[in-house]
Each structure stands twice: as structure tokens, then as C-alpha cells.
Design a protein. Structure first.
Length: 125
């Protein structure tokens, strides 16, 4: 498999994963049960296609994970902006400090940082 093919397949996988997640997110906020079920089903099928895209090729996905995470981050931000009108947050000093302290601190601090409540109705997280 060529490098270009691998990048394109990783990009497709990122689009499928972020897209499937977006379908499930939209489904969670639908009042109609039939619409909700249809979106959950579509989201599940898209996420299944993501699983096939990353596991079917003859590569060691673990070695490509850094590239994939970067692609996924960019695709997820674009989907968030285009479909949910949620722009990426600017790097406030809290996030800058977390970045400079290291990856493990980032995960710990992100898990402890309070987020929006469910009552707000916002799909932005």
C-alpha cells in the first residue's frame, strides 16, 4: 500500500468515525423515537464501516495512530463547525498550561474540568 493510499484511507476512517459520532449525537436530541432510532442505526452502521476501514488493511494500525489522531481531530473540528455551528475554543491559558505540562496531565485535567450541563441543551462539548 502506498503512502498516499494509507493517508487517504486514514482520512476516510476519520470521516467515518466523526460522522458516525455526529449522527448519534443528533439522534440523542430528537424527540421522535423513529427518527432517533434511524439516526442511531445509521450512526452505528457508519461506525462499523470505520472499524472495517482501519482493521481490514494489512497495516499495523498502532504504528499509524499518531497520524490518525491528528486527522481525526481536524475532521471532528470541521464537522463540529459545519454541522453543529460549534467553533473550536481558543487556547485559553488553562489549556496552554495543560499542553506544556504534558500529555498525562492533559488527560487528568480534561477529565476534571467541568463541562456544560445536559440541561443547557447545547450539543457543543
Amino acid at each position: 500500500m502506498s503512502v498516499i493510499s494509507a493517508y487517504l484511507l486514514l482520512l476516510l476512517a476519520a470521516i467515518l468515525e466523526a460522522g458516525g459520532d455526529a449522527l448519534v449525537r443528533v439522534g440523542l436530541h430528537q424527540p421522535n423515537i423513529a427518527t432517533r432510532a434511524a439516526l442511531f442505526t445509521c450512526g452505528g452502521l457508519v461506525l462499523f464501516a470505520y472499524g472495517l476501514a482501519v482493521n481490514a488493511p494489512p497495516w499495523d494500525f498502532g504504528r499509524l495512530l499518531g497520524v490518525y489522531v491528528t486527522l481525526f481531530f481536524v475532521v471532528a473540528q470541521v464537522i463540529n463547525l459545519v454541522f453543529f455551528r460549534c467553533s473550536p475554543r481558543s487556547a485559553d491559558p488553562w489549556w496552554r498550561r495543560a499542553y506544556h505540562r504534558g500529555w498525562s496531565d492533559y488527560h487528568l485535567l480534561a477529565a476534571l474540568r467541568p463541562g456544560p450541563t445536559k440541561a443547557s441543551g447545547s450539543q457543543c462539548s
